[in-house]
Design a protein around this ligand. Sequence first.
Ligand SMILES: Cc1cc2nc3c(=O)[nH]c(=O)nc-3n(C[C@H](O)[C@H](O)[C@H](O)COP(=O)(O)O)c2cc1C
Length: 420
Amino acid sequence: MDGTQLIGTKGDGMTLSEKRILLIIGGGIAAYKCLDLIRRLRERGASVRCVMTEGAQQFITPLAVGALSADHVFTELFDRQDEHDVGHIRLSREADLIVVAPATANLMAKMANGLADDLASTVLLATNKRVLIAPAMNPRMWSHAATQRNRATLERDGIAFIGPARGEMAESGEAGDGRMAEPLEIVTAIEQLLTDTPKPLAGKKIIVTSGPTHEPIDPVRYIANRSSGKQGHAIAAALARLGAQVHLVSGPVTIPDPAGVHVEHVETARQMKAAVEAALPADAGVFVAAVADWRTDGESGQKIKKEEGKGPPALQMVENPDILATIGHHAQRPRLVVGFAAETQNVVENARRKLAKKRANLIVANDVSHDSGINAAGVMGGDRNVVRVVSADGVDEWPEMSKDEVAARLADVIATRLGN
Ligand SMILES: Cc1cc2nc3c(=O)[nH]c(=O)nc-3n(C[C@H](O)[C@H](O)[C@H](O)COP(=O)(O)O)c2cc1C
């Protein structure tokens, strides 16, 4: 299946023709990115009407926003002319989707608590339309307990999120979760919300793991593998597109968080297991992460020094928990458990064995040997994959395809299995 069809991409690129977007711009540094966002949305045929908070006007001007949106820019709640011509209620209803970008910590707090003390927050409270928010703030503001409480409330209220992503902040020397999603990622999230894709997984909660784990040796060294997280993240995104509520537990990766997915970042296998167990119950678990099988027995608190005549340290290894087997045998086992297996030999035989031993319903096996056609370095880290799906029903061999295509096809299989 062509993954792009899932978001209803039209051949002419006008994926949002006749769609009306109300863009609420908050007072954050990332407000400048909205100028590009407006342009990208209009290129795709959408009409964009903008509301700017007072804070937003400190960062970009209504003149620039109006020039790019080719519409009047709304800034005041108590503007007699605006209120007469359009009014905050009409503004909030005459849109197919409301997008808040950047969604400041302040705007999130107001939304979560039903405050309506300016035009932006009043529109957000008065609307009967879906709302997508793109949070952007300093990592400490994002991780603050108050903001996380507000995030959880907004998620419960059905507000859709895109980002924030992890990365460098505008403030020098600060990095972490809080960077606003890039304009094109926001556009994709908007397309997903506005196109009439069937949602066979609506109401289903699915846990996905992705990426490698890092097992520390000492404060500066760790054991890792080549997993990029591309396949797991693509699966999380594909499941979300089919309407699932996705909880993605991601190891350390350098790719952005997928759209429409709740992401929890972890480092080690033990943290990943704890995060997965805490996310239960779920309808399905898809375990794509390349979890390290072993870790060193006890992390050295100090950097292990290279000393003359002493030779290399003898690292004692111990086994990590097996997350797939743990969940397969868990008292709260999801109805559908899907494992991934990277093998270099006897791929199907090993997958069959895992199916039984780990109580999985499906094992998606990929051959990462150098004679598989796509070599180990190609599958782990690359954009393509060739898999066999092993279940009690037999072995389904899929042709080589992109990781996005594997993700879309697997999401369909999961939807079918959960639907029965
Ligand atoms: C230089 C500067 C940058 C700021 N960047 C952000 C930001 O990225 N995210 C955020 O939540 N608040 C940021 N703030 C704080 C908001 O501007 C402030 O909370 C404001 O009240 C938000 O108003 P609004 O939510 O109505 O737009 C920043 C403030 C300053 C002075």
